[in-house]
Design a protein around this ligand. Structure first.
Ligand code: PBG
Length: 328
């Protein structure tokens, strides 16, 4: 036998063979589409920092959800831009808030669609922090009650899963208790367990008008340098009753996704965040990168690291490619 003895290239010779030996697949079923809901009527407003992403008024939010769902994307996650903000973020739990209205509408029109809501106060507080302030500090325990109220208002509107993203200690337990006491034991909790204090959320904060008015989120979101701490966060959320756990952002944290995957039996989600999307989109628009290949590669890498589900602004675009047979 000649050199080299083992020729790895034999199984890379054709697209058919490559498909047969491919270890990791991304399917539309793995994806969750984020949607921004705003007040008004008949509005579809582009987000400047995220070309291709829009803010929708409640009466139109079914449009992108239906498009995604009909292409095979099973779920959306909603973020709200309220009519007004205050110190406490009280519109977060308003029965007629934008998210609550959007949930009702989506469940009425697309009952099979899994509707997830982000549970946080930062879009609703005048100061843009994810909890109540005591001086310049975000107060943990008083915030829990507001988060639970918010989750409960989403449950009353018919939500399938609530996804707390605030990073207060004890919020999964507080939300689980409130839901159970009110008879919503079938509402799931997708916990943003390992959520890092990341610069990659920049475009989202423009989209959701949720940038903190002072300071930053490092007093509650995680230090990007820490991985062991992510496992502690995950353990706590599992113990408090999370049904699914999340790592966020995704691509810069593939090692964390892998470790979380090996740690828990629950489904693991990863969020390909606004900055990850904006980078790919911007480079693609400049012609500096093949955006389609780059986002397919990114999603595949996130799945390979161990994520079962991916929250991505590319969900609809991926599902369209999948239907055309390009998804593989
Ligand atoms: C709310 C929240 C944020 C994101 C999801 N939920 C922003 C933040 O924590 O500052 C970011 C999502 C993205 O960047 O796409 N707390």
């Amino acid at each position: 036998m000649g050199f080299p003895q083992r020729r790895m290239r034999r199984l890379r010779r054709s697209g058919t063979v490559r498909r047969m030996v491919r270890e990791t697949w991304v399917r539309p079923d793995d994806l969750i589409l984020p949607l921004f809901v705003r007040p008004g009527r008949g509005v579809r407003e582009p987000v400047a920092s995220m070309p291709g992403v829009d803010r929708w008024s409640v009466d139109r939010v079914v449009e992108p959800a239906r498009e995604a769902f009909e292409l095979g994307v099973p779920a959306v996650i909603l973020f709200g831009l309220p009519e007004g903000k205050d110190e406490e973020g009280s519109e977060a739990w308003a029965e007629e808030g934008v998210v609550q209205q959007a949930v009702r509408r989506l469940k009425a029109e697309l009952p099979e669609l899994v509707v997830v809501t982000d549970v946080c106060l930062c879009e609703y507080t005048s100061h843009g922090h994810c909890g109540l302030l005591q001086g310049e500090r975000v107060a943990n325990d008083p915030t829990l009650d507001r988060l639970a109220r918010t989750a409960l208002s989403h449950a009353r509107a018919g939500v399938d899963w609530v996804a707390p993203s605030d990073m207060m200690d004890g919020r999964v337990a507080a939300i689980r208790r409130a839901l159970d006491e009110a008879g919503f034991d079938d509402v799931s909790i997708l916990a943003y367990s390992a959520k890092y204090a990341s610069a990659f959320y920049g475009p989202f904060r423009e989209a959701a008008e949720s940038a903190p008015a002072f300071g930053d989120r490092r007093g509650y979101q995680m230090d990007p340098a820490n991985a062991r701490e992510a496992l502690l966060e995950v353990d706590l959320d599992v113990a408090e009753g999370a049904d699914l756990v999340m790592v966020k952002p995704a691509l810069p944290y593939l090692d964390v996704i892998r470790q979380v995957r090996e740690r828990v039996g629950l489904p693991v989600a990863a969020y390909q965040v606004s900055g990850e999307y904006a980078m790919l989109r911007a480079a693609g628009m400049q012609g500096w990168i093949d955006e389609r290949q780059a986002f397919l590669e990114s999603l595949t890498a996130i799945r390979r690291a161990g994520a079962d589900l991916i929250l991505t602004y590319y969900a609809t675009e991926f599902a369209r490619l999948w239907r055309e047979g390009l998804g593989g």
